[in-house]
Design a protein. Structure first.
Length: 60
């Protein structure tokens, strides 16, 4: 706590705030968010955390 008080000008300057938000974003990524998908009756649904390819290259 004393370090924070001694370095309050640096911590609350632009650089300190940027570093703080970067560290907080790392924690947020570790906890992640759950994907939720709602679908209707007789529907085909695809869900992915990234890119998804449906079909093959020969379908074109």
């Amino acid at each position: 706590m004393s370090w924070l008080i001694e370095n309050k000008e640096w911590v609350f300057s632009g650089i300190g705030v940027s570093v703080l938000f970067f560290v907080l974003s790392l924690f947020k990524k570790n906890f992640g968010s759950k994907q939720v998908q709602k679908s209707g009756a007789n529907s085909t649904n695809y869900q992915a955390g990234g890119d998804i390819n449906i079909g093959s290259k020969h379908d074109k």
